[in-house]
Design a protein around this ligand. Structure first.
Ligand SMILES: [Zn+2]
Length: 348
């Protein structure tokens, strides 16, 4: 099949590649319609590795996908040919200890699309377990379906935070994931969410949503804003979504006593932070790695109209132009939130 292949760091090609397409009894075969370009795809393209995951042989990119079921395995009851679906890109071992505990996202043997050596889905067809394939409600488009994956990370962060109705939250970092976290926090019951960044362009996009208050930390210190707006008490929940080590300086000044810090952003190197500052307020610290048991909930929220991800899709490229899409993503325009690739011959 033709696919977008990352041959090695910095080298992409659209070419034929042999990909397995045998359908097991619990699988479905999906014709891919839309694939989102993710920061991780771009990072493999520009750096050839993310942490311990190193590209050693050519790999198909793409893991944020939606499409149409074209074949179902003998045991599949929940999906039928013609169903519009989105797919959870990680396939855990369902017999593993992690899966039995319900935390299949941290199963050490999980196979995740476009994470070396596992191929991604920038290719016309894929076979996937029905258990990790979700039917799109009629009012959710393929483009929105391909946004469920990044939104699921925001949802996982909101779930980890254990938000109470009316909570005030802070999200550090206004990249695509920061915006997803802010939207999930609002949908999860926060009364308002302060989102900080240096980029006025990124903040302007986030600030279009009701309930999100942009804070340009090139102009004002985040601590000053948060303390002024909470009578000096601090935010109930702080989400770190920038991955910048600098974000950890004075981080616990932002959190109220007994509040929560949720770590979402991945710093490249180990980070030093103020343990005493956290202990003095008995801050609860949570971490987020992908998501588990979230995709169906994300779809429900999108279908309900409580979360509108459509304004975050900045541009759409045809599959034939997918190398251009990656070059554009690698140029990191601050006004680009999500670029998507539409597979040939499909409508949206
Ligand atoms: Zn992604």
């Amino acid at each position: 099949m033709e696919a977008l292949v990352l041959e090695q760091k910095g080298v992409l090609s659209l070419r034929e590649i042999d990909l397995p397409l045998e359908l097991g009894p619990d699988d479905v075969k999906i014709r891919i319609n839309t694939v989102g370009v993710c920061g991780s795809d771009v990072h493999y393209y520009t750096h050839g590795a993310i942490g311990p995951f190193v590209l050693r042989e050519p790999m198909v990119l793409g893991h944020e996908a939606a499409g149409t079921v074209v074949e179902v395995g003998a045991n599949v009851q929940t999906l039928a040919v013609g169903d519009r679906v989105c797919m959870e890109p990680g396939i855990p071992n369902l017999s593993s200890r992690a899966s039995k505990l319900g935390i299949y996202n941290v199963d050490p043997s999980v196979r995740f699309w476009a994470t070396p050596p596992i191929h991604g889905v920038l290719t016309p067809f894929v076979v996937h377990p029905a258990a990790f394939t979700y039917k799109l409600p009629d009012n959710v488009s393929f483009a929105e379906g391909a946004m469920v994956e990044p939104f699921a990370i925001g949802m996982q962060a909101a779930a980890r935070a254990r938000i109470s109705p009316g909570d005030v939250a802070v999200v550090i970092g206004c990249g695509p994931i920061g915006i997803m976290v802010a939207l999930a926090a609002l949908a999860g019951g926060c009364s308002r969410v302060y989102v900080s960044d240096f980029s006025a362009d990124k903040l302007a996009i986030a600030g279009r949503y009701q309930g999100i208050i942009p804070v340009n930390i090139g102009e004002r210190a985040l601590k000053d804003v948060v303390l002024a707006e909470t009578d000096g008490w601090g935010a109930d929940v702080v989400f770190e979504a920038s991955g910048s080590p600098k974000a950890y300086n004075g981080l616990f000044d932002l959190v109220r006593p007994g509040g929560a810090l949720v770590m979402v952003g991945l710093p490249v190197d180990p980070v030093t932070f103020d343990v005493s500052g956290a202990i003095a307020k008995e801050v609860r610290i949570e971490t987020v790695f992908r998501y588990a048991n979230i995709f169906d909930r994300a779809l429900q929220l999108i279908a309900s109209g409580k979360v509108d991800l459509k304004p975050l899709i900045t541009d759409t490229f045809n599959f034939n132009d997918s190398i251009k899409a990656f070059e554009r993503a690698a140029s990191a325009r601050p006004t680009d939130v999500k670029l998507q690739i539409l597979m040939e011959g499909e409508g949206n």
